[in-house]
Write a protein that binds this ligand. Sequence first.
Ligand code: UD1
Ligand code: CA
Length: 455
Amino acid sequence: MTTQPLQVVVLAAGKGKRMHSRLPKVLHPLAGRPMLLHVLESARRLAPGRLAVVIGHGGEAVAARLDAPDVAWVVQDRQLGTAHAVMQAMPRLERSGVVLVLYGDVPRIATGTLRSLVDAAAENQLAILTQEVDDPRGYGRVVRDGSGRVARIVEERDATEAERAIREVNTGVVAAPFARLEKWLESIGNANVQGEYYLTDIVGAAVADGCPVAVRRPQSATECLGVNSKRELARLERLVQLDRANALLDAGVTLADPARLDVRGELACGEDVFIDANCLFEGRVTLGDGVSVGAGCVLREVSVGAGTEIRPYCVLEEASVGERARIGPYARIRPGTELADEVHVGNFVEVKASTLGRGSKANHLAYVGDATVGRDVNIGAGTITCNYDGANKHRTVIEDDVHIGSDVQLVAPVTVGKGATVGAGATIVKDVPPGGLTLTEAKQVSKPGWKRPRK
Ligand code: UD1
Ligand code: CA
């Protein structure tokens, strides 16, 4: 149990050259949100008293993008090493309790792992997180003495042949009591191959100080993976997505294939929800009880009522769908759309900034934009609201129980009165009175004996 105050320092000053991008590395999105935000969230779960993030030259973009009022941003102008980076943050911390050091590019460490490290450090010792790996290349190696106690960490570039063969590696995450950490940091020099102040040298310093070094292991083999390249980012994305999929499965959601799901935001599901392969969820999406989402759908900032079926290949954005509705296949529901219960929107129908009342249907090939549609309305195939006059958008109002035939143009602003029927092919430019039939048909003419032109 941690009783002392906890403070977290996140190192994020590195340039991330291997990302080959103008975007600072820690802003690259993971599951739709900046990588660093994932690290801040793991830190916040530990309820630290202080949370400091070390950013480099040009790091203002990072601070601006994340808008995190609880973070003390610390600028490290030149990247002189991980120990130097931590030193920049020390004046911003409380001079007591435990300091936990995280990396801004290692975004998936389990909370339990971090807690075990902090708890170990709370016993007035240095705690390091290490791992046995098959391929230790690139990592600092954990050197143990003859009796198996940790003696120091050696960076790969400074290691001897024999040390390079060590497979126990440093994940980089450490926790230590403030006062001891401060003292050890002061003792660290930069006489090494890279000419950097290595945070890893605090291990040797602690040993020289007679301070015990507690070693903790991560709960899983992959949680300490960091991001240095787009390949590593892609790999981590799949791991984070699998975490999400597993959480949904554990909550009772049926996924056709947990490896073919992308959640880039928060997906809240009721009971007995089914999600078919290759769906993408962005922002806040809520699916009510018994909702099914067909293959290949994209839903962003959408709420879907209980019992509704979203058929394959639909795109829904900033919209709400009622209960027992049927959408798609191939429907596009654009921002500002509210579909009531039992609405049917079928294939190749686009709906924008419109409300459709209970039980209304637009089943084939239609555009409904800036429209207020009542209950039990039937919109025929090929019907279009002509909402745009080249300068302004105008509204179309279709009252309850209207039937619009196929291929009708409704030139807005226009109102179709309650219970009216509009004949196929009409171009409606004036308000339609309630009830009755409104037609604008051209006369049908047949020319007997007419010959088709020949080549
Ligand atoms: C570091 C560890 C190594 C460990 C590895 C795990 C040291 C000396 N080495 O090596 O033992 O196996 O992580 O991934 O600590 N950073 C700053 N300012 C600096 C330098 C780095 O903020 O001056 C930040 C980076 O942005 C990054 C983190 O610290 O988030 C680690 O730096 P990096 O250069 O990647 O360290 P490694 O050489 O990988
Ligand atoms: Ca690294």
